[in-house]
Design a protein around this ligand. Structure first.
Ligand SMILES: NC(=O)c1ccc[n+]([C@@H]2O[C@H](COP(=O)([O-])OP(=O)(O)OC[C@H]3O[C@@H](n4cnc5c(N)ncnc54)[C@H](OP(=O)(O)O)[C@@H]3O)[C@@H](O)[C@H]2O)c1
Length: 373
């Protein structure tokens, strides 16, 4: 049996779901993979719990999950304490074969992740931000590993980030397989936001924009400030990760983003923004009608093609996979030399803490079994 040390950064919705899955599937991992996961350290934004040697026992782990779900801070947990340096935690808790898992939503983890790679540990990210800062950081995070010949490997060796695009859907794995096979990817087109999928479906069914956004807000489908979804930046981060996965050198500032509201509305409070939404209805209605008149539909899509990443309302053929999509699913089309004229399509639930945690767990198992006899 191999004992795999785990250090988990972030105990929000995804981090907690991951801990639950690790505990629930101990039998599977032991029987099928010969693995025992040992959680040596868990951190939130200003605290941590460290248990060297045997790692945290399952009773404590599940107690920590409840404690965090109830709004607790690890700094105040009985066995916890304050921390303000994730790299120091990794230094104390890390050991050969460790997997550091980033389930935070901040780029502040970058130094700790780089430190972990320097120590030859493995890393798994659900967090997009470290992969969408400077290109050099992306390269160091994703290409650490097989550098014995001095050349940065094209493919990741010790890092996985499957859940950063489309949560549990195998989008990054598919991209990496296409790249590895030499099949030129001519275009990637996709929808990467369940919230925006919901909004576009409502528009297509004739609902006014203000009504569908208000509904999504009330149902909790949007962020507390709906502009965080409607602005498109989260989609832009995902498109950038795909573009960089193709080997393109570009930054977030190079991604061309058109949001679903004008920049002048950035200065409003959330209630003011919600009240002003009807001023956008007529324009979006017109765009939907113009699309329909030419046999097309409007989707909030990301298109990665010919060196450009373009995010925003996009006209797509009504009969295409993207055009047929309704509801909150994510869908990604890969148009390549071999997948033409019909693209390779991945579709399914692209969000949710359990599906995301399951994707993170698959990444951990893959890294833990890598090179294992
Ligand atoms: N939810 C989804 O459906 C989904 C899907 C795909 C990918 N993701 C990604 O997965 C990540 C986690 O999502 P989530 O929904 O679990 O987010 P979340 O509920 O906001 O949890 C974030 C966690 O990160 C911790 N954190 C914040 N700053 C930190 C710091 N400087 N050092 C250490 N920990 C820090 C927070 O600490 P406190 O507890 O102290 O606040 C919290 O525990 C995000 O990057 C998200 O984009 C989420």
């Amino acid at each position: 049996m191999s004992v795999v040390p785990i250090i988990l950064l972030g105990l929000g919705g995804v981090g907690r779901a991951l801990v639950r899955l690790l505990v629930e599937h101990r039998g599977l991992h032991a029987a099928e993979y010969g693995l025992t996961f040992s959680l040596l350290a868990l951190c939130d934004r200003d605290g941590g719990v460290i248990a060297l040697y045997e790692g945290l026992d399952d009773v404590t782990l599940l107690d920590l999950v409840s404690f965090k779900a109830g709004g607790g801070r690890l700094a105040e947990y009985s066995a916890g304490g304050p921390q303000n340096d994730l790299a120091a935690v990794i230094d104390i808790a890390g050991r050969t074969g460790a997997v550091v898992v980033d389930c935070t939503a901040t780029e502040a983890t970058v130094p700790a992740l780089l430190y972990a790679l320097d120590k030859r540990y493995k890393i798994v990210l659900a967090n997009k931000k470290p992969l969408t800062v400077e290109q050099e950081v992306y390269d160091r995070l994703t290409r650490a590993g097989r550098t014995e010949d001095g050349r940065p490997p094209r493919q990741l060796a010790r890092t996985r980030w499957e859940t950063t695009c489309g949560a549990g859907l195998p989008v990054i794995a598919t991209l990496n397989r296409l790249v590895a096979s030499g099949d030129p990817v001519q275009r990637i087109a996709g929808t990467f936001s369940g919230t925006l999928g919901y909004v576009m479906t409502g528009l297509q069914q004739g609902q006014p924009f203000s009504e569908v956004v208000t509904q999504a807000h009330e149902l909790g489908y949007t962020e507390p400030d709906p502009r965080d979804d409607l602005g498109g930046v989260d989609v832009a981060r995902k498109a950038l990760i795909l573009a960089r996965g193709l080997g393109w050198q570009m930054d977030l500032a190079d991604v061309e983003v058109t949001g679903l509201y004008p920049a002048e509305m950035d200065g409003l409070s959330v209630p003011e923004f919600m009240a002003a939404l009807p001023t956008l209805d007529a324009d979006l209605r017109r765009q939907v009608e113009t699309a329909a008149a030419t046999g097309k539909v409007l989707r909030y899509a990301a298109t990665v093609e010919k060196g450009r990443c373009v995010i925003g309302p996009t006209l797509v053929d009504a009969a295409s996979p993207l055009g047929r999509l309704t509801g909150t699913d994510n869908l990604v089309e890969f148009h390549t030399r071999w997948y033409a004229p019909t693209p390779l399509v991945i579709q399914g639930r692209g969000a949710g803490v359990d599906a995301t945690a399951a994707g993170v767990l698959s990444d951990i198992v893959e890294l833990a079994t890598m090179g294992k006899e």
